[in-house]
Design a protein around this ligand. Sequence first.
Ligand code: 13P
Length: 349
Amino acid sequence: MPLVSMRQLLDEAAKGGYGVGAFNVNDMEQIQAIMGAAKETNSPVIIQASRGARQFAQDKYLFHLILAAAELNPEIPIAMHQDHGNSFETCKSAIELGYTSVMMDGSLKEDGKTPATFDENVAVTKKVVDFAHPRGVTVEGEIGVLGGVEDGHGAGGSGLEHITDPDQAVEFAERTGVDALAIAIGTSHGAYKFTKKPDGSVLKMDVLIKIHQRLPNTHLVMHGSSSVPKDLQDIVNEYGGKLKETWGVPVEEIQLGIRNGVRKINVDTDNRLAMTGAIRKVLWTQPEKFDPRDYLKPAREAMQKVVATRMTQFGQAGHAGDYKPVSIAVIAKGYADGSLTTKPLVAAR
Ligand code: 13P
């Protein structure tokens, strides 16, 4: 199956009332782990690459590895997504390469660190939408600022500093015409999100619910949504790692989000932990090993297990064959003739 539009994946997820995991990749083993899990659970999937990943793997390698995944798994709808584009140029280069979806993270300035003004965010995101939609490419925007730093991108700090204002979310969706909207509700990228199991004082699910009530038809995106499970932390530390005690986003909170308009859930850290734990275990317990396959195979298997579990928990499992993906050209026509609306339905307050 060719790569498909993320908009179509998310529209279908909304119809079915489930969420779709968006998993970050940097290399072949991670792509294979995701595809193994998608096949095992019969799930549609979003594979995403940050700017750092595109640099690390080099654009062409990563792109062709994901094309190979699509070719080898014709029954699985796959959207290929640029995670956290920092500028119009970054998004344009992804679109020209063949990505079917981009995130324009205009919540930060182009340096990927300094919070931007609301009007700056609207302007750059709208510019990306105007370039992407005629080409059938989906756009995710972000309003509010996440905490932490991922691959050098992020404002740092806790996730509580720039929580999304629901009124601004409505205005942003109306003025930009984005297909999906990432919101800041207290989560942050990386392993160190919360110092104890999060409650409503640090993880603002009430804000998410308010935004969903105002924008009932807008696909919401939860970033920083690794659960950082204790068993994965323990494996890393048992075999020489030095992770400090930490908490992620509990799966039941993500499921509450999915019942309230969340359609895309970004997960990277859990997979990093799973792979690192598996590699540490081999190198620690079998120090005589030196063939990379001896540790990359268990690493790939450990990641596949985490991804398959999340696919089941997010509800996307079993939905790969529900619909016939349409071509990007048909999606482009839909934007042009208005059948794929980008005017959000706004509920009265
Ligand atoms: P985690 O660090 O929680 O996995 O978040 C990943 C993410 O949001 C990528 O954009």
